[in-house]
Write a new protein. Structure first.
Length: 215
């Protein structure tokens, strides 16, 4: 099993990481970057999202709808458009793939994306940040595991994917909890449930490192 994390305490400015530059396929955590890319593209054209784009964005983030992700990545310019957004967002170790779930990323780059969503020093304007963060705070029951293990006040997006070659699972969780931005990426789990348990344990430990929660 391989696991990495990166965490940033927005109040205290403390940051810690482990294996943060290892690369993983994104699975569905890429959906945060897809929506960010679409919001940047729309802003470049001097517009907000259409009603249909908003509907698809809600389905993609709140319910992890794959068809919505496919449609919105195409609207954002496909793999090239996604990589252009990665560059603007400062995600220097993330690269799009023909299949969006096989985009490669690192915990460090996912933390950089979270800072762009939840911070103010960002190429995303305030409306875009609020929209994306709001959707991450309304992820449906059954998909609200992961970084939420560290506290009740969360906004997140998770990813999970069985690898066809090995049958082992990729399980990731990225988001905000207890005033911290947290990215936990992992691969090599025998089951999805095993991966979720290990990701949640890592998220709690990572947050405790920077905010000194009680054991």
């Amino acid at each position: 099993m391989d696991l990495s994390f990166a965490v940033y305490d927005t109040a205290g400015g403390r940051e810690t990481a482990y294996g943060e530059d290892r690369t993983y396929v994104t699975a569905s955590v890429v959906k945060v970057a897809i929506l960010a890319a679409l919001l940047l593209r729309a802003a470049d054209s001097g517009r907000w999202l259409t009603g249909e784009e908003e509907r698809l964005a809600e389905a993609m983030i709140e319910r992890s709808d794959n068809d919505a992700a496919t449609a919105l990545r195409a609207a954002a310019g496909g793999p090239a458009g996604l990589d252009a957004a990665h560059a603007r967002l400062g995600m220097t170790r993330t690269s799009a793939a023909s299949a969006w779930g096989l985009t490669r990323t690192t915990a460090r780059d996912q933390l950089t994306l979270l800072k762009a969503v939840f911070g103010t020093d960002s190429p995303l304007d305030g409306r875009a940040r609020g929209f994306l963060a709001g959707l991450m705070g309304r992820v449906v029951a059954g998909q609200d595991w992961g970084v939420s293990a560290a506290g009740d006040d969360w906004a997140l997006k998770n990813g999970w994917l069985p690898r066809s070659g090995s049958g082992l699972w990729v399980v990731h969780s990225v988001g905000r909890v207890r005033g911290c931005l947290v990215a936990v990426l992992s691969d090599g789990h025998g089951t999805r449930e095993e991966g979720i348990a290990r990701v949640e344990e890592a998220a709690v430990r990572a947050v405790r490192r920077v905010v000194r929660l009680p054991a």
